[in-house]
Design a binder for this molecule. Structure first.
Ligand SMILES: CC(C)(COP(=O)(O)OP(=O)(O)OC[C@H]1O[C@@H](n2cnc3c(N)ncnc32)[C@H](O)[C@@H]1OP(=O)(O)O)[C@@H](O)C(=O)NCCC(=O)NCCS
Length: 149
């Protein structure tokens, strides 16, 4: 198996790398924030990330950053999100990354673990089901499925 190495996003360079991966995954996002520009990412890194209570991770295969993951802390729960660059999908990296996010959340937060997925995103939905997430509801007229571990 090809092993994914996860590390925290610690500096602006990491944040800009995360932006590139995230932008490639933009059409799969449940919140329509579209593509994030360089200046927006810089502003976000310096002024917003702490206020939003985010932990961000990059996933490396050898030297290549191929995936990103985010844990967002809300009042009573944490929300997971992330993605893998298209070229590297289907190789087990998504599963490794979400397993890592779940373990990290379990160790660091005593809260529910939740996520949201577009109804049309079969790959992500299958992955989440196989990790033990259960559907708890929908929003946006059924277009977005809410799940909880
Ligand atoms: C969803 C995503 C993270 C999965 O990552 P991945 O590295 O491609 O997935 P993996 O190779 O680790 O496979 C894990 C499981 O996902 C599911 N899966 C992956 N690709 C799939 C596909 N094309 N069709 C159906 N199920 C699929 C399977 O259940 C698979 O388990 P299996 O290999 O035992 O069958 C990845 O496809 C991705 O980044 N998509 C775009 C961004 C995105 O959708 N992010 C999530 C937003 S909610």
């Amino acid at each position: 198996m090809q092993t994914l190495k996860l590390s925290l996003v610690r500096n602006l360079r990491d944040a800009l790398t995360m932006r590139e991966i995230r932008n490639e995954c933009a059409s799969f996002m449940t919140k329509d924030t579209g593509e994030i520009g360089v200046f927006k990412q810089i502003w976000w890194w310096f002024f917003r990330k702490d206020k939003l209570h985010l932990r961000c991770f990059l996933g490396y295969y050898t030297f290549f950053p191929v995936a990103y993951g985010i844990i967002k802390e809300e009042k009573d729960y944490v929300l997971l999100s992330g993605g893998v660059l298209q070229y590297w999908r289907g190789k087990g990296f998504g599963r490794q990354m979400f397993c890592y996010l779940i373990d990290f959340a379990r160790v660091n937060y005593i809260k529910d673990i939740r996520l949201e997925v577009l109804k049309t995103n079969t790959a992500a939905y299958n992955l989440y089901r196989s990790l033990g997430f259960k559907k708890t509801g929908t929003r946006n007229k059924g277009a977005v499925i809410k799940m909880k571990l």
